[in-house]
Design a protein. Structure first.
Length: 293
């Protein structure tokens, strides 16, 4: 399956939280909510969306890091690699899910129009590959969700959500021909700007709070990463000192035992000599004592 890497063509800034690939536990499906023309240029569209996401205030003055999808699928079924998998993107309205998910977006307003035949076939094949050919992360068939299943939104559209649910529940055993699909895309009356569905006020407030926390902890994470190597070196140095002290204590303890042994031997020898001398003196004294009568 061919995947076109367009990361270098899309505006972005390195402010998204970084994560180990092994932390990817979910795959979230989106639509970009833009009705596309039959002859549209997908890369130009992604450049516009990336610029829109980049300039968007995601809450409390936190600006976007770039396009908020890792992969996109155009109406002809082509896949585009848009963001590094090691970057956690703000795409599904749930802080924890954002940190642990891959975002895949299909072009089109998939409530006003159906996904194209090529899109459905490509999406099914791509998802099967992600779930079976990537042991570096645990996301599996049971971990595939539509955006609306995570937060209050219409995404990924009324005409795609049932396919996503069936794909998850059947572990990829779906026939794409069973789902409504477009062969030709509808043409909008006028150009549209990327539509970002606004969640309910409670979720929007929760999102703002998460962005504030994220803005505060991101520098701290960097400091921790910088501190760990220094801490490890200090720990290794301390362990070496402890080992040297233990060796010195062992030597001192051995010398102490040797001194006790030698002292005991000398003491026993002195006592033995003193006892023998006293005995000889007594005998000699008796021998020298004159006999009576």
């Amino acid at each position: 399956m061919k995947i076109t890497d367009v990361r270098s063509q899309l505006v972005h800034r390195d402010t998204a939280p970084h994560r180990p690939i092994k932390n990817i536990k979910y795959i979230v499906i989106h639509h970009n909510a833009i009705e596309t023309k039959p002859n549209y240029n997908p890369i130009e569209l992604y450049k516009q969306e990336a610029q829109y996401h980049y300039n968007k205030d995601w809450g409390n003055g936190v600006m976007g890091s770039g396009l908020m999808y890792h992969y996109t699928i155009d109406r002809n079924g082509n896949i585009y690699f848009c963001r590094n998998l090691g970057e956690a993107l703000w795409h599904c309205g749930n802080y924890r899910k954002n940190l642990e998910s891959i975002a895949i977006c299909l072009d089109g307003h998939l409530t006003n129009q159906h996904p194209s035949t090529a899109q459905l076939v490509t999406l099914a094949e791509f998802l099967r590959g992600l779930c079976t050919q990537h042991p570096e992360f645990p996301a599996d068939f049971k971990d595939i969700f539509g955006h609306r299943e995570i937060s209050a939104t219409n995404c990924p559209g009324d005409n795609l959500i049932e396919f996503v649910k069936d794909f998850r529940e059947s572990e990829g055993q779906v026939n794409t021909a069973d789902y409504p699909q477009d062969i030709e895309e509808t043409t909008p009356e006028k150009p549209q700007t990327p539509e970002i569905e606004t969640p309910c006020p409670e979720i929007e407030d929760y999102s703002k709070k998460n962005n504030v926390i994220l803005k505060k902890i991101t520098p701290l994470i960097g400091e921790i990463h910088d501190f760990i190597p220094k801490w490890q070196k200090e720990l290794e140095s301390a362990n070496k000192k402890i080992n040297k002290l233990e060796e010195d204590i062992g030597k001192i303890d051995e010398e102490r035992r040797d001194f006790q042994r030698r002292y005991k031997e000398k003491l026993d020898n002195d006592i033995s000599k003193a006892t023998m001398g006293q005995l000889l003196s007594t005998i000699i004294g008796k021998l020298k004592k004159p006999k009576s009568g």
